[in-house]
Design a protein around this ligand. Sequence first.
Ligand SMILES: [Zn+2]
Ligand SMILES: [Zn+2]
Length: 234
Amino acid sequence: MLAEHLPAQCTTFPLDQTAYVSATCESAIEIRRSFAYTTYSIEVKCPITQRTWKVEKRCSAFYKFRELLAEFHARCQDNPMRLIAKSLLHISLPSKLVLDKYGSSTMRKRGKILKKYVWLALDCRSLCYIYPQDKRTVEHTELMELLDAFLQVPVNLRDIRFKEATQTQMDDSCAICTYEYLKEDFAELGKVVVLPCGHCFHRDCVSEWLFSHNTCPMCRQTTDRIAGLFAAQS
Ligand SMILES: [Zn+2]
Ligand SMILES: [Zn+2]
């Protein structure tokens, strides 16, 4: 349903959230001024960089996010971003009535629901990130900012965008492993990445390099940021 209203390349996005959100969901009880709070920690993985980080929140933060989303949805008219927000508004969160209660089984149940919610938020974020540059509006930026803040995306991963690869980029080879790019490399979003200097590499090849360097392996320009590429529409 959502897919019908989005541009073609968005609908081909592999919506396999399980690959991006790890199975770990820990919860910890924190006592503050004699009140007990449960904090949930959900590990997520960026589909482009494959870098992982933790989303650490209390249940109430999910409700706050949903309020912001509902407010965005209400004021965003006739815009595909409205549909993306709507898809998240449909997901139920743990009941507010039992928010004060805590116990290991409640926490486990709640953790499961919150994990699923994070999966879907990450999905929505992915859709925003591959959304064509020329069709973007102010609402697009606003929704991305909402999602990035909620998902606690590390700052150097926030400006990563998917771009359409040019024919020259697709005909090239990766300077690190020296293998020529295959058509399939561009079908899997994020498998080939481009650095701000314009040089392209296999994500896995350059990720290893960037782990110990903060420069492009080709031109030595300083960087810790990458963008994902996908095949140009023929
Ligand atoms: Zn390579
Ligand atoms: Zn370079």
